[in-house]
Design a protein around this ligand. Structure first.
Ligand code: DX5
Ligand code: ZN
Length: 219
């Protein structure tokens, strides 16, 4: 069953708990974009925000770590209540100990590729991962345009997972809208991540409902 992960990067952060409640009936996870001003230019969220958000929702909290040395954040994020972290392969020299460190901290773990990185870079680690994330925009901001080059990457990772009989989540992150969501699912994504499509809409709950239906193959 496909899932919807709602990114709070476009939410009205002064009313974060309410913004999360709006989408809760349709979302499986809240996607928290952690950026450090180095790996990605902005500085966004971290353990301090997660600590406030944790008691507001029963949804899975998924950290997308667009930071250098992601492992340095794991303990703080886990203690704050993060359930899953996905780190960028471009941000680490050797992923294997980083994967282990996330698990030791008590979290599930995934890896992700920025647009210039081939998805095949993740293949040596697929057995160890709870999710694989393909980025369809450059790390940094919500509201960028979907890069269709991500679709063959989804197909490639889907084919490799099927070949090996593995079933981690396959997430697509960046520029996901009602117009392209179905193509992402057809290409092999199991999780749609969306920020601006939902929070810039007049009726965020209605868009979340539709995206969830597309993820589940009902629309
Ligand atoms: C971009 C972030 C994305 C972003 C998606 O660096 O990783 O998760 O929030 O925003 P939209 O859905 O607006 O492209
Ligand atoms: Zn993200």
């Amino acid at each position: 069953m496909g899932k919807l992960s709602v990114s709070i990067l476009s939410a009205d952060l002064a009313h974060l708990a309410d913004q999360v409640k709006l989408v809760e009936p349709y979302a499986d996870a809240i996607h928290v974009d952690v950026m450090d001003g180095h790996f990605a230019p902005p500085i966004t969220f971290g353990g301090v925000l997660v600590r406030s958000l944790r008691p507001c929702t029963p949804l899975v909290l998924h950290g997308h770590l667009m930071v250098d040395a992601p492992e340095s954040q794991f303990d703080a994020l886990a203690q704050a209540g993060m359930d899953v972290v996905s780190f960028h392969i471009e941000a680490v020299e050797d992923p294997a100990p980083v994967i282990r460190k996330a698990r030791d901290a008590g979290m599930r773990v995934g890896m992700t590729v920025s647009p210039p990185t081939p998805v095949e870079a993740l293949f040596p680690y697929l057995e160890e991962l709870d999710d694989v994330m393909v980025m369809s925009v450059y790390p940094g901001w919500a509201g960028q345009r979907f890069m269709p080059e991500a679709l063959p990457k989804l197909e490639a990772v889907r084919a490799e997972l099927d070949r090996r009989g593995l079933s981690p989540d396959v997430q697509i992150d960046g520029g996901v809208k009602l117009e392209n969501a179905r193509r992402c699912i057809e290409a092999g994504a199991t999780v749609l991540i969306a920020a601006s499509a939902i929070y810039q809409a007049e009726d965020p709950a209605a868009v979340a409902r539709e995206l969830k239906a597309i993820a589940e193959g009902r629309a």
